[in-house]
Write a protein that binds this ligand. Structure first.
Ligand code: HEC
Length: 107
């Protein structure tokens, strides 16, 4: 029993760096993403020219990962005659916009 308690304390301490590392790589900020989308995207993504982001969030192929990859690449999305213009976002903005879009899933 004497040996068990230090072993538990050590075990808990070894989990700490993992928890800290997760905090150090923040996910996108939903509120900032909402602002970026309002500034750069909703003029077209209004449900007429292009789908709304609630619709996009519920398309099964748009995961956090595929959104981030396509937004980083400037987004060469083409459906029929319509092409999504290349919009350059920096890596933090890409995470924010993706987090905002994903937050709309199910709405
Ligand atoms: C100048 C108009 C325009 C702007 C601005 C615009 N888009 Fe688009 N977007 C489009 C068009 C057109 C499509 C293709 C629509 C279709 O498939 O019917 C598209 C498609 C998309 C898709 C894929 C939807 C699907 O059907 O799979 C995503 C995701 C997307 N845009 C995200 C964004 C984001 C994020 C922004 C802002 C950073 C943005 N768009 C800004 C016009 C625009």
């Amino acid at each position: 029993m004497r040996l068990l308690i230090p072993a538990i304390v050590l075990g808990a301490a070894s989990l700490l760096p993992v928890a800290l590392a997760q905090q150090a790589a923040p996910a996108g900020d939903v509120a900032r993403g909402r602002g970026l989308v309002a500034a750069h995207c909703t003029e077209c993504h209004n449900g007429r020219t292009a789908p709304t982001f609630s619709q996009v969030a519920n398309m099964p192929w748009w995961t956090q990962e595929s959104l981030e990859r396509n937004l980083s690449d400037g987004f060469p999305v083409r459906h029929g005659q319509l092409t999504m213009p290349a919009i350059r976002l920096d890596p933090a903005e890409v995470k924010d916009v993706s987090a905002y879009v994903r937050s709309l899933k199910g709405q």
